[in-house]
Design a protein around this ligand. Sequence first.
Ligand code: NDP
Length: 335
Amino acid sequence: MTNKKYSAIKKGDTILVTGATGFIGAWVVSKLLNDYKVKLVIRDESKYPKLKEIFGAVDYAVCNIDDLDSLKEAVNGCQGVIHLASPFTFKVNNYEEELMKPAVEGTTTILKACLHSEVKRIVITSSFAAIYDAAKGLQPHKVYTEKEFSPLTYEDGVNAKDPGMAYRASKSVAEKAAWDFIKQQDANFDISVICPSMVFGPLYSTTLLKSLADINSSNAVIWSLVNASEIPPTKAPLYVDVRDVADAHVNALVSENASNSRYLVSAGDYDTQEIADILRLAKFKNIPAGTPGQRISGTHFKGDSSKAVKDLGIQFRPLDQSVIELCHQLLAYQP
Ligand code: NDP
């Protein structure tokens, strides 16, 4: 990648965070608050009182992620940015308006807003969806790394055959737009891109959760096993714990090697039968038995996250920790 620079972000600096109301964003903010000042970008001011309840009186700006002027104002006085906000939902009707545009324009607008600012590094949340090529199927012996890019285009996203493909395209095109931007602009900042696989684990706080039906898309995979009549199929077979993903974001702000680098962040592979086995062993009730012990491991691709381990110092939590803590939390949840 071009534009190699080293981050000068230091403890006490102010980090602008988009997507703090989300599953991963809340954990990122909680970790940032140990060492940095934080400013949140939210699009809906009515969510602020709950954020204040969770994080204290943290600074914030209300703006849409494609509103350049408001974002320029929000970025003022910040030395780093973590850009997580992007729709991760399959409940969409118009792929272009609801997935492609917010992902791509959100990413390019935040980059533009940081030009000529004090910002030194922008950490961008991409996805394993921007790495792998779903059209190639299971590829049993394949090991993906961050060197690969999904071939999906903007048009593929707009005309996708299902919302999953449109989501994958939204992440892929948004990330490519960020790399193009860095190549084309003589920017005052570098970027670091985090590509997590399916992210599981407890919510930082259930305060923002409206109902169990509103659980975020990745944790919905785990929650769908509770009271299920059968084991649902495994759709995206690599996982990582949300706290490890948050560490990757925060460490990417300051890691020298993370300058204009991209990271696949995944702890390993899983299947829904394995999650059911974990939950039944931990004595959760109403979990389908399926075929205990049967694994799809070895029947599909894997991921290699050794670069994230080396550069970002991540130590991955095991699957049972993410799954059990989440289910205890959700079963205790009262809306
Ligand atoms: P959530 O759905 O929990 O959070 C999404 C966040 O993005 C929320 O803060 C939401 O704000 C914001 N957002 C969504 N759409 C828009 C929009 N149009 N304009 C402004 N803000 C918007 O998802 P996650 O926390 O799981 O995902 C966060 C990021 O991580 C996303 O970029 C996602 O693609 C990526 N990711 C997630 C993975 C996972 O398994 N969870 C795996 C790989 C990548 P609001 O509260 O206002 O809706």
